[in-house]
Structure formats: structure tokens, C-alpha cells
Design a protein around this ligand. Structure first.
Ligand code: SF4
Length: 207
């Protein structure tokens, strides 16, 4: 989704020095854009691999996200994937509320405006709390929330959490199916979802 608006935004973003995370990054990770009016996944911040390669969700968490998409017949080109913070925090610590506020208001909010997502899917508690500070991850998972702008938000666990809690893997797959069914309803598509089962697929693939 490269257009003049995004090019100008990205040219500013890659030089951003507005918070202290500029000191610890290798590069600014802008994010991956899919179609407008589509699904937008939002994570926390780049990790080591993302910082090195310059794309979001490219490590083990990214592999799990790809598998969750693939069971829906989707790949990364069909969705957008962004982080709240575009620069890697030192030692992979969580971004502070101030860092999130600065980066979110400068960049993420503008990216959302440009993408006009039909559905935002937050991955983990940090992006959930960015939008809804009082929300609790476990209680909110799978429940629909709505931003002031009217955009629905569907909270899901971060893939890294599932990599640590392997017993939640099957439930995570179902969560993605439920989310996608809801997205199709929003799009007014009467598509029947037949999850693509891969018998070889299990969490062992990620270790
Ligand atoms: S994290 Fe965001 S606000 Fe901070 S320096 Fe990077 S791009 Fe700028």
C-alpha cells in the first residue's frame, strides 16, 4: 500500500528520534501493509530478529502467526501487521507507557488512519492496554471492543505467550477461526470457513 501519503510518513518515521528507543535500534520497523479495509494485527515492539531484518513478526512468534493465518487460507500479503513501537527496546523489555504514547500518536495512529482497517486484532496485553488501559488480557480475549473511531478491536494472545503455554495451542487456532468468522461478517461475506488442517502442525515445529 505504497502511496504518496505513506511514503512521506515513512520517510519521517525512519529518521524518528522522538523517544529514547532511537538509541537502541538497528533500524525503524515500519510494519507490513496489506489491503486497506482489511485485518490489522498489532503487536508490541520489534524483537531482536525484527530489528535485524526490518520487518515485524519474523522470529518464532512470526512463524506461529503465519501458521495461524495459513489455516484460514491467508498469508501475510492479505493482512497488515504493525507494532505500537517501531524501535526495539533494549534487552527486549516492554516499551514504557510514555514510549508507547509518543510512538503511537506520531506513527501508529496515522498508519491506522491510512489503512482504515475493518478489524484490529491486538496481539497480547501491551497493544490491548494501549487502546484500552483498563482491559485485562484474559478477560478480554475473544471479546469485541470498539475504539472511539468506531473500529472494532478483537484481542488475542501474543504468539510468544502460546509458545510458552503449549497447552493453549489448539485453543489459539480456534481463537483465530472465531476472529476470522467475525471479520467476514463485518465484510458481509457469506464465506464458509473450512480451516486448513495440517496434521504435521504442532508447536514442536517452533522449537
Ligand atoms: S520508538 Fe517510535 S517514537 Fe521512539 S524513536 Fe522509534 S519510531 Fe520514534
Amino acid at each position: 500500500m505504497e502511496n504518496q501519503v505513506n511514503l512521506e510518513l515513512h520517510n519521517l518515521m525512519i529518521r524518528c528520534q522522538q523517544c529514547s528507543l532511537a538509541n537502541s535500534r538497528t533500524q525503524v520497523v515500519i510494519g507490513d501493509y496489506g489491503p486497506i479495509y482489511g485485518m490489522l494485527f498489532i503487536g508490541e515492539a520489534p524483537g531482536q530478529e525484527e530489528d535485524r531484518i526490518g520487518r515485524p513478526f519474523v522470529g518464532r512468534s512470526g512463524k506461529l502467526l503465519d501458521e495461524m493465518l495459513s489455516q484460514l487460507g491467508l498469508d501475510r500479503s492479505k493482512v497488515s501487521v504493525l507494532n505500537i513501537n517501531k524501535c526495539r527496546p533494549p534487552n527486549n523489555r516492554a516499551p514504557t507507557p510514555t514510549e508507547m504514547e509518543i510512538c503511537g500518536s506520531n506513527w501508529l495512529d496515522k498508519q491506522i488512519k491510512n489503512l482504515v482497517p475493518k478489524l484490529i486484532i491486538t496481539l497480547g496485553s501491551t497493544p490491548l492496554k494501549y487502546f484500552f488501559p483498563n482491559a485485562k488480557m484474559t478477560a478480554s480475549k475473544g471479546n469485541l471492543l470498539v475504539l472511539n473511531s468506531g473500529i472494532p478491536v478483537y484481542p488475542l494472545f501474543h504468539p510468544s505467550y502460546i509458545l510458552r503455554k503449549r497447552n493453549l495451542y489448539q485453543e489459539y487456532k480456534k481463537d483465530f477461526i472465531a476472529m476470522y468468522k467475525y471479520y467476514l461478517k463485518l465484510k458481509n461475506l457469506d464465506q464458509i470457513i473450512t480451516p486448513i488442517e495440517n496434521n504435521q502442525s504442532n508447536l514442536d515445529n517452533f522449537f
